[in-house]
Design a binder for this molecule. Structure first.
Ligand SMILES: NC(=O)c1ccc[n+]([C@@H]2O[C@H](COP(=O)([O-])OP(=O)(O)OC[C@H]3O[C@@H](n4cnc5c(N)ncnc54)[C@H](OP(=O)(O)O)[C@@H]3O)[C@@H](O)[C@H]2O)c1
Length: 232
């Protein structure tokens, strides 16, 4: 990464995990905050030493932009922290909702990665994808979310294999429950209370990202599973 300040693109910067990553990385990275809420992005950026905004809506009609922002420059780290959760049985979930979940959880990741991959090869950069432990099971009422995350796992593994000879290191992080707005929605749908003390803190996931990036150059941390210590 040379002597310059490393550049990280954080997709889903306004979310619980994305925001925690931004807070942890702001000190020593130039940050590009990517997300759909321009006002929220600008407010965040205004509090940080070196941060820029990239407005994009992964499930919007226009999809992922065809070009990165003009002044983006070289990117060292691409961090995928955006995600959409939907609850509904196979019988109830409409095709439109399936498409929205896949747009955010899979196609957005694929397209943004494609867009930035040539530059990431030049910097021998890193791609970190926040997935979920939902890939280990298929809970009733979560078919779209679980299927999108399974597909994301397969995509990330293929990307890892393809980039081995190009110097780009690709990592999937699989957290269990994290105390964010998404988990609040999950618990509401499960009919249970939101108990943040029993879940991972978003800052803990951010520390896992930091640990992945700190791996020595001869090590490739391909998968990182992170469960809360609390058990029923
Ligand atoms: N929370 C958990 O328990 C948990 C567990 C395992 C894995 N994960 C995964 O962790 C990642 C981050 O989730 P989180 O817990 O931080 O959730 P969150 O707080 O709900 O944040 C989700 C982020 O995704 C963004 N997003 C959603 N739809 C988008 C769209 N169409 N275009 C652009 N951005 C969009 C949101 O933007 P807005 O701010 O504009 O809404 C927000 O920044 C997700 O991939 C999730 O599946 C979460």
């Amino acid at each position: 990464m040379g002597g310059r300040r490393p550049v990280a693109v954080v997709v889903g910067a306004t979310g619980g995990i994305g925001r925690a990553v931004v807070e942890l990385f702001a000190r020593d990275h130039t940050l590009w905050l990517a997300g759909r809420d321009e006002t929220a992005l600008k407010t965040m950026a205004s509090t940080l030493p070196e941060a820029f905004c990239w407005q994009l809506d992964l499930s919007g009609d226009e999809g992922v932009p065809l070009e990165p922002p003009q002044d983006l420059g070289e990117v060292d780290v691409l961090l995928h922290c955006a995600g959409a959760f939907e609850q509904g049985t196979v019988l109830d979930m409409s095709e439109r909702r399936w498409r929205e979940v896949f747009a955010v959880n899979l196609f957005g990741v694929v397209e943004l990665t494609r867009l930035l991959l040539p530059g990431l090869r030049r910097t021998r950069g890193r791609v970190i994808v926040v997935n979920s432990t939902v890939v280990t099971r298929s809970p009733a009422g979560r078919s779209a979310y679980a299927a999108s995350k399974q597909a994301l796992r397969v995509f990330t593994e293929a990307l890892h294999q393809e980039e081995l000879n190009h110097g780009v290191r690709v990592t999937s992080i699989y957290p269990g429950r994290v105390a964010t707005e998404m988990q609040r929605t999950v618990r509401r749908r499960e009919g249970g209370p939101f108990e943040p003390e029993r879940y991972l803190a978003p800052a803990t996931v951010a520390k896992a990202v930091r640990a992945v990036l700190a791996a020595p150059a001869d090590a490739h941390l391909t998968e990182f599973v992170l469960e809360p210590t609390w058990r029923r």
